[in-house]
Design a protein around this ligand. Structure first.
Ligand code: FCB
Length: 428
């Protein structure tokens, strides 16, 4: 009754470099975290999971999870610590990591940009500066030449909409700018950077699979029949995800974006990466949570069918293979994570869409941007003081699903049946 099989969807887990590596890389985030008040718990990515020094141990944990895939990010600031200056030691480090993954039979999906800029790039205006694309090309060229024999699946940019809005419109992420005009310029340049990188990677590695990890949400009007609420939901959906996916997938820049010189309409994806977490309930141009809906510890609505709703519109707009490149939940005592996993995977199992991969966010607890160390998304628990890793119950469940490529009734009874979500009692 509760069983399902995942015939066509392979399982993996995901991380990002700045969130797990630790150490003193010179990134926009290391610098941002130094200023008091920016990060909720005052923590910094300099600690994180010390993964830089624990790669072999962490790959043993990936093996224990039985995953076939691992999505990892690169720290651009380590690879290119100064403009045009590449660090062979950092590149060797990633070669070693990718080689170990290959030996373990785990296929890497590598993210080139996951909110993380070297400070020299940030200080030159990052993607606000149209020349930012050239710098990103130079980095991409070096990465593909240096690592292309060990990886052939690439995500150029992670969540352009979250990055651009938080860094350039809400001003809560580095560099802390609040301007609508700036936001549209960054959107345009990010899409151009993706398209240029897509072409370059295919020149260097014709068989590569290249895509973007898009953060997609469901936007629902607070009152279904209210024309103002409905219009807000449509507008948010356009500005937040339809406009940017069209620009990045097809090279078509519609208002309020403008077509950059040198970019022609075309086909710029081999798969769609979907990062799906939640649904927004809107009445104005803001982001609310409905009354009495299940929520996680950050107050995000848990809405599993939304994964298929966003996947369907994206696939209808731009057909292609779908990878769920992130999906997961903040749950420090692990009391409902197995249910969350079960319900999202069951949506995939029962859908007719070509969802080929599911990467759980996250492999292990990590440094969660503004939330610092306080939000715990991991299948593996990390004690940041001792760096001890402990497999959570949900990690064991995930490893059983990965081994069986599905869930049996018995697994459901053991891992999921007793789990319940909290509900939102303070609708926004
Ligand atoms: C996504 C980010 C990822 C992580 C999760 C919780 O927006 O891509 O790095 O922070 O949210």
């Amino acid at each position: 009754m509760h069983a399902f099989s995942l015939k066509n969807c392979e399982l993996g887990v995901a991380t990002a470099a700045t969130q797990i590596e630790g150490g003193q890389a010179r990134t926009n985030w290391h610098r941002w975290a130094e200023q008091p008040g920016h990060i909720k718990d005052g923590s910094s990515p300099a600690r994180a999971c010390d993964h830089w020094n624990r790669v072999p141990q962490d790959i043993e944990l990936l093996k224990a999870l039985n995953v076939q895939h691992y999505r990892l990010g690169l720290e651009w600031a380590r690879i290119e610590p100064g403009p045009g200056e590449f660090d062979a030691t950092a590149i060797d480090h990633y070669r070693d990591e990718l080689g170990r993954l290959r030996d373990a039979g785990i296929k890497p999906l590598v993210t080139l940009h996951h909110f993380n800029n070297p400070t020299w790039f940030e200080d030159a205006g990052a993607f606000l500066n149209p020349d930012g694309t050239d710098a990103f090309q130079r980095y991409t060229q070096r990465v593909i030449s240096a690592l292309g024999d060990l990886a052939d699946e690439w995500i150029t940019i992670n969540e352009p909409n979250i990055y651009a809005t938080h860094a350039y419109y809400f001003g809560v992420w580095p560099p802390g700018i609040r301007s609508l005009k700036t936001l549209t310029r960054v959107y345009t340049n990010l899409a151009a950077a993706h398209i240029d990188a897509y072409r370059l990677i295919h020149e260097l590695q014709p068989d590569a699979r290249v895509g973007v990890a898009q953060h997609l949400r469901v936007f629902r009007p607070r009152i279904a029949w209210h024309p103002g609420h409905w219009a807000s939901a449509q507008t948010m959906e356009w500005l937040f995800q339809r406009m940017i996916t069209k620009a990045m997938c097809k090279g078509r820049f519609l208002a309020p974006l403008s077509q950059p010189p040198g970019i022609r309409p075309g086909h710029y994806y081999d798969f769609h990466g979907i990062n799906y977490y939640s649904r927004s309930t809107v009445s104005r141009l803001d982001d609310g949570v409905g009354a009495d809906v299940p929520i996680n510890e950050l107050g995000w609505e848990i809405y599993p069918q939304g994964l298929i709703e966003v996947a369907r519109w994206l696939h209808e707009a731009h057909p292609g293979p779908l990878y769920v490149t992130e999906n997961g939940t903040a749950n420090s005592d692990d009391g409902f994570r197995s249910r969350f996993i079960y319900e999202h995977l069951s949506e995939i199992a029962n859908s007719d869409l070509p969802i080929e991969r599911y990467y759980h966010w996250s492999f292990m607890d990590n440094w969660e941007w503004l939330e610092g160390e306080s939000a715990r998304f991991g299948l593996i628990r990390v004690d940041y003081e001792t760096q001890e890793r402990t497999m959570r119950e949900s990690g064991r469940f995930f490893s059983e699903i990965a081994a069986a490529r599905g869930v049996t009734d018995e697994m459901y009874q053991r891992h999921v049946s007793h789990q319940i979500y909290s509900r939102n009692t303070t609708p926004h």
